[in-house]
Design a binder for this molecule. Structure first.
Ligand SMILES: *[C@@H]1O[C@H](CO)[C@@H](O)[C@H](O)[C@H]1NC(C)=O
Ligand SMILES: *[C@@H]1O[C@H](CO)[C@@H](O)[C@H](O)[C@H]1NC(C)=O
Ligand SMILES: *[C@@H]1O[C@H](CO)[C@@H](O)[C@H](O)[C@H]1NC(C)=O
Ligand SMILES: *[C@@H]1O[C@H](CO)[C@@H](O)[C@H](O)[C@H]1NC(C)=O
Ligand SMILES: *[C@@H]1O[C@H](CO)[C@@H](O)[C@H](O)[C@H]1NC(C)=O
Ligand SMILES: *[C@@H]1O[C@H](CO)[C@@H](O)[C@H](O)[C@H]1NC(C)=O
Ligand SMILES: *[C@@H]1O[C@H](CO)[C@@H](O)[C@H](O)[C@H]1NC(C)=O
Ligand SMILES: *[C@H]1O[C@@H](CO)[C@H](O)[C@@H](O)[C@@H]1NC(C)=O
Length: 574
């Protein structure tokens, strides 16, 4: 069973526009001239004219809350330690407030409701907790042509913020009087960027900042991605960005809305398109690359760096293509072995900028190329609440068929969990706890993988003498000769990989971030090692209920009181 941590790429799905009048304007524009872009305020008016069904919304919140109790850091998000750099948020409490507003007629449009839900969930700044299906938010994408770049004059000096088109000019040989940005709509430019970044899916403010500005080359695949400063699915009431430059001049950028909805067959590419077909455009020619650019090796031709190799790893998302997990590690191993043993490279930079994670085993696989045949440490916890106790109790009730069904349901930890040292737990209660971990009722630490039963043939990992295509026995580079380059946005599997490397003495360098002096977190994205789709939770709950139902006529697995409680599950713990 491949465990996968999703990278941070979610594209909206499709919604149909209604025919109320602002929407009709948009519809007419589109049908008459194919125009898919309108003033943001017009799109907002269209969204605000959507109907709202309060009963459906109230029920939806009740149901969604049942799933949200599986979020493993609810209590800590509501009451974070003082070192937490983001805002605290009480997600269940926030849902209750939205529900109560819905029930007393406080919303007139589905869009207002969706925007509140989306902003609440996004305030967790957690790349594993997001919606890509709130219908009204999939209709438009708000944007302006304003792209901002953070430029340091020498790579070390405090960066200044430029309009991207200006920022590129000096490097293209233009000698123009470009000026940094002073303020946007009267607010200092750095504060303006930070304020807009609050809903980004990164727990660290420097990582969020890096996501808002265009950093040339930082997508790791040699593409320059637009900074997200003026892009949003929620209307923030800003009709234009009035940019004032340090030299006193100013420019206004109107906020527009791009129609995402399919009025006929408008289709939008997804981020996977970036992987396909071409070599990284802004990078030098790679020495070797995986065919979808999910990993590539370089030898810099800069004097003084003759003994340095560079491995760019923009993602661990290796399961989108046939054999790509194998190709990913095979190329990495070939490159680093060759670089160190044949081509005389002494040092290596592993570039993980903007790596949002992917398949955990590919992270372990890459780690095992640098440090072969180690025993891997994998551990996680789930939040121990009543619904998960019912499910675990049912799946562990002693019938092997039932156990198999529980295992296949996909919620890890519920059946056959092993400890991080790979030894077994005595029983379900030992796994479940609950143990108080920083105020969160939590399970015991359990390993994400039971390596004795994990099939490593499709996802090669050189561990405990098993490696699939990976067969090295010595490290290609000493830990002090390896450095990991990060921009804070490392999330999910990326953090697991980096953490393993750091535990061996590898150093990290983090670049970008807010223009302030002081340290910056290298791993600023979600460090959680599990992501569960709502449908996975639902599937596991349904399987458990089915098994419970079939036990009722004979030897019921739960007491009758608990059976009726489980029928209402999953539901929020009080
Ligand atoms: C001031 O800076 C802006 C932004 O770089 C530039 O477009 C403009 O030409 C500059 N104005 C003068 C007078 O130099
Ligand atoms: C932006 O500038 C325009 C034109 O000067 C002005 O009408 C508008 O009020 C300004 N908006 C903000 C938010 O400052
Ligand atoms: C591997 O080594 C061979 C032999 O020296 C060399 O020709 C080749 O360019 C190297 N390839 C890579 C990807 O390092
Ligand atoms: C085990 O559970 C399955 C599924 O509920 C059931 O069909 C089977 O009879 C059970 N076996 C035993 C030995 O109780
Ligand atoms: C790899 O590790 C396993 C378990 O520690 C050990 O049995 C095996 O001999 C090792 N293999 C190599 C090639 O070092
Ligand atoms: C690893 O496998 C490759 C190709 O299968 C082989 O050429 C090489 O000799 C093997 N290396 C070791 C150390 O076994
Ligand atoms: C289990 O039984 C309850 C009560 O009869 C029923 O509502 C529910 O649909 C059943 N679920 C499954 C999965 O069998
Ligand atoms: C549900 O019932 C209560 C008592 O009413 C027990 O204390 C719980 O252990 C039981 N829960 C499960 C999962 O069986």
């Amino acid at each position: 069973m491949a465990k996968k941590l999703l990278p941070l790429l979610a594209m909206g799905t499709i919604a149909a526009a209604t025919t109320a009048s602002p929407c009709a304007i948009i519809n007419d524009l589109y049908t008459e001239s194919g125009e898919t872009s309108v003033a943001g305020s017009v799109a907002y008016a269209c969204l605000m004219s959507m109907p709202f069904e309060s009963n459906a919304a109230v029920t939806w919140i009740t149901e969604y809350s049942k799933y949200l109790q599986f979020q493993s850091d609810l209590e800590m998000l509501a009451k974070p330690p003082s070192s937490y750099l983001s805002n605290k948020v009480d997600l269940l409490g926030g849902l209750e407030s939205i529900q109560s507003r819905a029930s007393r007629g406080g919303y007139t449009s589905q869009y207002q409701f969706d925007a509140d839900v989306s902003d609440l969930i996004s305030s967790a700044n957690d790349g594993h907790l997001y919606f890509d299906e709130l219908c009204s938010l999939s209709a438009f994408s708000f944007y302006s042509s304003l792209s901002l770049s953070a430029i340091s004059s020498n790579g070390i000096a405090m960066p200044e913020i430029y309009v991207t088109a200006d920022a590129g000019m000096p490097s293209q040989g233009y000698n123009t009087n470009v000026s940094p940005v002073h303020s946007i709509n009267g607010v200092g430019v750095v504060s303006a960027i930070e304020a807009q970044s609050n809903y980004q899916n990164f727990q660290d403010p420097d990582a969020r900042f890096n996501n808002m500005v265009l950093n040339l080359l930082v997508d790791g695949q040699g593409n320059d991605l637009y900074g997200l400063f003026s892009r949003d699915t929620v209307w923030r009431g800003i009709e234009s960005y009035n940019v004032t430059f340090v030299n006193g001049s100013s420019i206004s950028y109107p906020v527009m809305a791009e129609l995402m909805a399919s009025l006929d067959s408008v289709s939008f590419g997804d981020a996977n398109d970036l992987y396909n077909g071409h070599s990284p455009t802004l990078y030098p020619t790679p020495v070797i690359r995986e065919s979808h650019n999910i990993i590539a090796g370089y030898y810099p031709d800069i004097p003084g760096l003759e003994d340095v190799a560079i491995l760019t790893v923009p993602t661990f998302e290796t399961d989108g293509y046939d054999n790509s997990a194998e190709e990913f590690v095979a190329i990495a191993e070939y490159f680093v072995q060759n670089a160190s043993q044949i081509d005389g490279k002494k040092k290596i930079v592993i570039d993980l900028q903007n790596n949002g994670g992917g398949v955990v085993l590919s992270g372990y696989g890459l780690y095992s190329i640098f440090f072969p045949n180690e025993t891997l440490f994998s551990s996680t916890r789930f939040r121990s609440h009543e619904a998960i106790d019912f499910m675990g109790t049912i799946f562990n009730s002693g019938n092997s068929t039932v156990q198999e069904i529980g295992y296949n349901s996909g919620l890890s930890g519920l059946v056959d969990a092993v400890k991080p040292d790979q030894s077994s737990f005595e029983d379900w209660q030992n796994v479940f706890g609950p143990y108080n971990i920083g105020g969160i009722p939590s399970s015991a630490l359990f390993a994400e993988f039971d390596f004795a039963t994990t099939d490593l043939s499709d996802d090669p990992v050189n561990t405990d003498g098993r490696g699939g295509v990976l067969n090295a026995t010595t490290s290609p580079f000493a830990p002090e000769d390896i450095v990991i380059l990060l921009d804070g946005r490392c999330s999910s599997t990326c953090t697991i990989f980096a953490d393993h490397m750091v535990s061996k003495g590898v150093k990290t360098v983090a670049v970008g971030g807010r223009p302030i002096s002081g340290p910056m977190q290298a791993l600023g994205g979600i460090k959680g090692s599990e992501v569960q789709l709502l449908s996975t939770i639902d599937n596991a709950a349904q399987e458990a209920m089915y098994l419970l139902n079939s036990s009722i006529s004979g030897n019921p697995i739960l007491s009758s009181d608990n059976i009726s409680r489980f029928y209402g599950q999953p539901h929020p713990a009080n």
